[in-house]
Design a protein around this ligand. Sequence first.
Ligand SMILES: [Zn+2]
Length: 319
Amino acid sequence: MGRLGSFFRLVCFLSISLIRTGLSAGTGDFLGLDVLSGRCGGTVSYGDGGRCGTVRGKNLELQCRLNGACYRLNGVNVYGQRPVAGQPGRLRISREDWDRVVVPLLSPPAVAPLRRVCIDPGHGGRDAGARRSRGNLEEKNLTLDVAKRLGALLKKRGIDAVFTRSGDQFIALEDRAAAAGSAKCDLMVCIHFNAADSPRAEGIESYILPSQGSASTARLNSPSQKDKKFCINNRYDEKNLYLAYCLQRELRTLRSATDRGVKRGRFKVLEDADCPAVLVECGFLTSAGEGARIADGNYRQAIASALCEGICSYGGCRK
Ligand SMILES: [Zn+2]
């Protein structure tokens, strides 16, 4: 995936001016897929009675669904900030999503070569996080294990790793973000595992902070007063999105993994991070199949390797 990622970035770089100027959605709150495909010289097709639309253009395959907020963008699920509107056979995407989700991923922001990455193993100490009853596994130990594996892989690629914790300590969320800032890290990745009441829930998802004025993915249609707040991490909205996309693009290739997509959430650790930051949920401990895979050290090594490849496709690393 690394080579494909580099190719993707090269193509995007060469297309930056064309895309940024030519693909801008222009005026109006929502734009039809036909208008948007015209901007990229592509075509539109519909399936599922007109409820599922696909735009195909140079370097772009975008799928979306009526009333859905998830775009499938070049094979990766990415949630936008407004549901798709229109009628069957005439879908319309919000201008905001086109300009702030699709276009930034087609022409990624310039990223300086990476020097130092902050790795944040979720939970620790009295906060054990999620649990897997079989084998009595605790999230805090699994996140630390993946973090250490990732740090070793990054080191081999010439990148320093700074850890928010290296043992079983409780660390406050604000101190985690502060660690990334005080070490002048180029980015932060917070590692977590998921849990749900339903044993059927499984898959991998990546979270970034919603942009100012937008709600979390879980309550997209009911924004609150809190969503109006500007957080220091909103300075990195485009880089957050691109980093999450790069990580999710690699993580979804893990054995039997379900791509739950790039989502948005107002997590304290993300709000306070003064660098691009992503929180990855690397699978459900409560799923029989995924939980058993996560319990295996070889699979956790594969998670760390996917995270390393994602980081390197975002910012570039030594081969
Ligand atoms: Zn967690």
